[in-house]
Design a protein around this ligand. Sequence first.
Ligand code: NAP
Ligand code: MG
Length: 401
Amino acid sequence: MPKIKMTVPLVEMDGDEMTRVLWKRIKEILILPYVELKTEYYDLGLVHRDETEDRVTEESALAAKKYGVAVKCATITPNVQRMSEYNLHKMWKSPNGTIRRILDGTVFRAPILCNGILSYVPGWKRPIVLARHAYGDVYSAVDGVAEAGEKVYLVTEDASGKEVRRALVHDFKDGAGVVQGMHNCDGSIRSFAHSCFRFALENKIPMIFATKDTISKVYDGRFKAVFAEVYEEYKEAFEAQGLYYLYTLIDDAVARIVRSEGGILWACKNYDGDVMSDMVATAYGSLGMMSSVLVSPDGKYEYEAAHGTVTRHYYKYLKGEETSTNSVATIFAWTGALKKRGELDGNAALAAFAEKLEKATVSTIEEGEMTGDLIPLFHREGITPKKLNSEEFLQAIAKRL
Ligand code: NAP
Ligand code: MG
């Protein structure tokens, strides 16, 4: 068979550790034999980020903006221990944070479902897709300690520095305590809303958004109002597709999600998204089965796995020991990107190939061949699951493909 051609390149962002090892093998075993892969390659591995003083991360994000579709391998976010391990010049920022900032995007996380892998919530038959507003609130808050007898105010100045408002947060006359000031911006909330409505429409799923505006009347009230305003632009399209958009309180949203069958987009404020995405991911089983896509409000896409670089497995790999690392979410990052490229370029063969690779991956697991993380989760009558190592798992998919 002739290889499938590509017209516009994908932006390829390579990464670190075990996922970097899998990255190369996924391409070699599952993609390159069938696709004349055209990528603009950026090495976001920590060594190269350090060599380029992290310019490579910014360049890769700008390329994603230019071409519209990127696929990213998991990367190390440096901490103190990584500073010495990699002999770094600086504690570089999280690449995901940098890319998100440049694309002004929203992260959507969705589980990859297989027959036989049961969710901890038996009612969840379809994916619950979670969107987290990754800007502001408590993540960029200023906080501090107040001593006994101090008063803390929220002071607003105009551009010339003149005080225009002053509100007492608390009078600490009865003893010391803590305070926190946080913010968000209408523009960021609006971008978030656009990304969410667009994602729901493209994936033909209803959407729910929740805050606590009964308590946080002005702050969360603004989120509610911006979403209501932006929804007006999408309302007709939602109704034409028979989809709904529901705004409710976060408590009610949690109850509805637990009772639902899935097949819904749950848009969350920053903190809710942080907490709930881990809850949803855990309930669906393994981190190795959670995919993730960053969508910008103007329709640029960056696909990746939700998990990290799987460091513990990498250290085993370096010692020459066998690993059984789940490559499903990374494979789906590739298929997501190839499908989107196919869709945007009218390249039906490329999109169809990506679909087939997804099907081959899922059926490998459904037929009982999987990595170690999935073994305890797999229950299917008549099939005893077989644990494969990282390489064998990719070969088992290739056989079906
Ligand atoms: P992690 O790489 O997600 O791994 C945590 C644990 O989850 C693993 O040790 C493993 O459990 C299990 N796991 C995750 N993915 C798996 C897979 N594909 N197959 C099988 N098991 C899997 O998180 P971490 O160890 O906290 O972080 C490692 C590095 O990744 C850090 O440097 C962090 O900065 C980075 N990170 C990057 C991203 C990103 O680029 N998007 C996201 C998160 C973290 P067992 O050990 O029990 O087998
Ligand atoms: Mg979290």
